[in-house]
Write a new protein. Structure first.
Length: 239
């Protein structure tokens, strides 16, 4: 889908779609009464001449899939889950990927923790090879599950954009309690485990969103309200 969205809705209560300025269907929904809703992305490989638009994506369905959708309680946020015949599942639920602009997950799978690392040296020659070897060794030792390297400056900016929007993309999720915490570096893992457990015990369903700098013990420990909870009641519990 073009990064700069300029779409128009068409349809009625039974069938709906989005079209772009070139008149192409970029998304369509045709509900069926005898099975799960069927969703299709009808995308063209050809961009309008002179548009300069990039970032077109496509989804090819090769086998049967089941789709479930539901709005999160008291929100306009639509949660979509697609499961294929082998049980593989795609779930649209991430804060940044759901609410951020021009954001995509840089890795193929979801993980509980991510590290954004920027490396520099007075001698740039061979630096990328060293980083690739470092990551390969870490993956082999099962210290790292997956990794990706920015191939150019635009990709590097996209990685940092994901980090810089962490606070902003929490707003559509409702109430959020924010803390700035500093602990000894060696105590960071234990703090995260114990604090997250304490928060979830205090208000079941609460969603800790910790992030910060690796190696200095300083972090932001934010807590988002449970999905569908009353924002006022959630915030009142923390006063």
């Amino acid at each position: 889908m073009p990064q700069t969205l300029d779409l128009f809705p068409i349809g009625n209560c039974a069938v709906s779609a989005l079209i772009d300025r070139a008149g192409r269907f970029v998304w369509a929904c045709a509900p069926r009464v005898d099975s799960d809703p069927v969703f299709s992305a009808l995308l063209s490989d050809v961009e309008p001449q002179g548009s300069g638009a990039t970032g077109v994506w496509d989804v090819d369905v090769e086998d049967s899939v089941s789709t479930t959708q539901a709005y999160l309680r008291n929100t306009p946020i639509l949660r979509t889950e697609i499961t294929d015949a082998d049980g593989a599942r795609i779930e649209i639920i991430d804060f940044a990927l759901k609410h951020g602009h021009n954001i995509r997950d840089p890795l193929a799978d979801k993980h509980p923790w991510y590290v954004l690392m920027e490396v520099s040296s007075q001698q740039d020659q061979g630096l990328r090879d060293e980083v690739e070897q470092f990551l390969a060794d870490a993956i082999e030792q099962e210290l790292v599950i997956d990794a990706t390297l920015a191939a150019n400056l635009d990709q590097a900016k996209a990685f940092w954009h994901l980090r810089h929007t962490l606070t902003e993309v929490q707003k559509p999720e409702g109430g959020s309690i924010k803390h700035d915490v500093s602990v000894p570096v060696a105590a960071v893992p234990a703090f995260l485990e114990e604090a997250s457990a304490a928060v979830k015990a205090f208000i079941p369903g609460s969603r800790p969103v910790p992030f910060g700098h690796v190696g200095d013990g300083n972090m932001h420990f934010n807590v988002s309200q449970p999905v569908g909870a009353d924002t006022g009641e959630f915030l009142a519990r923390w006063t």
